[in-house]
Design a protein around this ligand. Sequence first.
Ligand code: 4AD
Ligand code: MG
Length: 428
Amino acid sequence: MEYYIKDIKKDEFNGREIELNGFVNSIRKGKNNSFLILRDPSGTIQCVSHSADKGFDEVNKITRESALRIKGNIKKDERAEGGYELSIKDLSIYSIAEPFPLKKGHKKVFLFDNRHLWLRSGKMTAIMKIRSTVFSSIHEFFLANDFYEIQSPSFVGGSVEGGSTLFETDYFGKKAYLTQSWQLYAEAMVNSLWKIYTVAPSFRAEKSRTWRHLTEFWHAEAEMAFKTNEEVMDVEEKLVKLVVKNVLIKNADELKLLKRDTKVLENTVNKPFLRMKYEEIIDLANKKGLKLEYGADLGADEERAITSSLDIPVFSINYPIELKPFYHKPDPKDEKHVLCNDLLAPEGYGEVIGGGQRVDDKETLLKRLKDEGLNEKDYEWYIDLRRYGAIPHSGFGVGVDRLVMWICKLPHIMYSVPFPRTPRRLNP
Ligand code: 4AD
Ligand code: MG
């Protein structure tokens, strides 16, 4: 029987003999007794070997991060951390580790240089477990709501989210780009499947180096036929509520380890999100001491100021048309604004979702492409979608790494990704 450490720290295991695999977190060697802390994905347990025991000499060869299989007896012991101790009866060594380079107090750059080792730490393990819950919850939500999961290419011929963040690659002598979003392909596929989603990497050659930008990020995107901006916001809200609820239930221990105050997460599950028009957001920002003119774009700093005192996510809606890409539908009641929404996470985190209603007629689309200086020829197939049976449709994209960053309340998006990619980091 395979056991994890967490499973055996229970009364019913007191006195029982079990076997565990694990890595050595730390070791304290003595003449009469040696203690080691064994770690597996579920937690840690103190293991003790007495000088008279079989394997005592072996224990004394062990170093930090050595990998072992231990057979021993579980004993309730108030003095041990976690209340249980394993007394070692037999030991097999998978490998003895060389001196481990990571110690307390390293600088961030050194830790990210050693990300392959740092991921073993308790904190990073907790973040990755929460990340796993976030991803599985996204799939759970879409599948429970009758969406089809469908994929789009990563090599593309043109931009979705503006040319300035396109990654260019050589494609057999032609220029190709890495995709910024599945959206344009989704708008084709939505005509046959009506409710679709994907979870895939998107790429942005971000020149702005901020605490919330990666060059490769995980994008959960959805597209829905016959839905409006308002309706798509309801879907976004339900999705975020389910993700956060699942994390609160499944990852209570991890949130505790990260010292995450869960009040705001509970609000997110239980209370309706706020909805504010762009103008109201600008007013709020100026009340917080910013000096934003109407028409200003909202970046990381502005959104940080706006959301730092909020305790629930807010939809920031209906931006001026100049601030948003060509595919956003102008509001028929006010053509200077588009039917869009950004979901801003509270506590200073800002945008985690971008979405809205799409332009669904050919003339408006041609005008929007022209106004943005884009070449109609590059979008021929996309314009076709307005020629041959166009419908109202809406969608959104969740920055999953940003969502994880906020849920865990991390200081930088790099912590939320196993191996982050930024302009300065391609290794490990
Ligand atoms: O707001 P964005 O650019 O919207 C789109 O790409 C739409 N085409 C999505 C859609 O409607 N299908 O990106 C969506 C989200 C942002 O809200 C943000 O959370 C995340 O993707 N994001 C990034 N995350 C990390 N690093 C970056 N460089 C990101 N750029 C966007
Ligand atoms: Mg956006």
